[in-house]
Write a protein that binds this ligand. Structure first.
Ligand SMILES: NC(=O)c1ccc[n+]([C@@H]2O[C@H](COP(=O)([O-])OP(=O)(O)OC[C@H]3O[C@@H](n4cnc5c(N)ncnc54)[C@H](O)[C@@H]3O)[C@@H](O)[C@H]2O)c1
Length: 327
């Protein structure tokens, strides 16, 4: 068997314990060595379930443990120096989306990753779906007129949750719909310019909530296509809607993350391939083999997605369009 990849986490909350750790437990050649969370009881509970030693401070963990790969599963405003420390120690990085709240910080981390030569992967798992494979191949040599995305739903967590504070999460477009914006970038290509308008109209009296309850972002794409994305978190009693539609000449693709519908019916046939490696398997495989081609979104690519939604946040404040600098 290949050498064990010694894995640690900073942030042992929802995504760490419900998605990454259970998936890593299924992969041969992985050893969970340490789990850190600012809430001691969370770190301890996660270690009881998945193994490893608990920490409340990632600096102590990174200095005290032999670690090959660090998963950073923190709320957007809690990214301090874990990525930089890991890169300086040659530790490979898996970072949850959205990777940052400020481009300056993101550029610093991207430079440190490049300088260290470590492997990086970001939690855009939709890129690993059969729909992404099929749609990306289908769209590769076809001109697109319009790409239209929507994500409408409610507010996660209670009044104390970091998500509802704009300065902590970056808002629904940056924090949640980042998956869809990234999916659009992966299928249709880079975004060069955005212009956005936000409002907080129907949820303005909700305790502690400062994220907009409606966001609309117009996008110009590098390949000449036009797009838009809308979000709303006003459906606080349940229900919601999520869609990505791409209009080409004489045909439209209507996509969920598990299906592609071609309209009008019969205009083209798109077959979904069998599923490949999932996002955790791909990261571990890349570390074991050195083959980075299996990673669908590295840190720099993810930073380009963050630039789009942070650009929209800036545009919504200034009223002016924002050009992407990384494209
Ligand atoms: N890829 C996906 O589909 C997906 C799904 C859910 C969440 N996420 C992302 O994962 C990140 C975390 O989300 P979550 O749902 O797990 O949040 P969460 O609130 O459930 O967990 C975050 C954990 O980080 C801990 N924490 C905060 N500051 C810390 C610090 N300085 N040091 C150590 N621990 C600290 C908190 O105590 C908490 O336990 C977010 O960026 C979110 O967008 C991704």
């Amino acid at each position: 068997m290949a050498k064990q990849v010694r894995v640690a986490f900073v942030g042992s909350g929802g995504i760490a314990t419900e998605a990454h750790l259970p998936s890593l437990k299924e992969i041969d050649g992985v050893e969970i060595v340490a789990l850190c969370d600012a809430q001691k009881e969370r770190a301890e509970a996660a270690c009881q379930q998945f193994g490893g030693r608990p920490y409340v401070d990632h600096r102590g963990m990174l200095d005290g443990e032999e670690i090959d790969a660090l998963f950073v599963c923190l709320p957007p405003d809690a990214h301090t120096d874990a990525e930089l420390m890991a890169a300086a120690k040659g530790i490979h990085l898996f970072v949850e989306k959205p990777v940052v709240l400020s481009m300056e910080k993101g550029r610093g981390i991207a430079e440190a990753i490049e300088k260290a030569g470590i492997i990086s992967s970001v939690g855009y798992q939709l890129r690993y779906t059969p729909v992404a494979d099929a749609a990306r191949a289908f769209l590769a040599d076809r001109a697109v007129a319009l790409v239209a995305g929507n994500r409408w739903g409610g507010i996660p967590g209670g009044p104390e949750h970091w998500w509802r504070v704009m300065e902590r999460s970056g808002g629904m477009l940056h924090e949640m719909a980042t998956h869809h914006v990234d999916f659009i970038r992966y299928l249709v290509g880079d975004v060069t310019r955005v212009c956005a308008r936000y409002s907080l109209n129907v949820l303005k009296n909700v305790e502690n909530l400062t994220v907009p309850d409606a966001q609309v972002m117009a996008m110009e794409l590098k390949n000449g296509a036009t797009g838009y994305f809308s979000t709303s978190c006003a459906l606080t009693k349940g229900g919601g809607w999520s869609s990505t539609d791409v209009i080409l000449r004489d045909m439209m693709l209507r996509m969920t993350f598990s299906e592609i519908q071609v309209v009008p019916e019969g205009a083209a046939e798109i077959k979904l391939p069998p599923p490949g490696m999932n996002i955790q398997q791909a990261f571990i495989h890349a570390i074991h083999t050195g083959d980075r081609s299996v990673i669908r979104s590295d840190y720099f690519d993810a930073l380009k997605t963050a630039e789009v939604t942070l650009g929209a946040n800036r545009s919504a404040v200034t009223g002016k369009p924002v050009e992407m600098e990384l494209v």
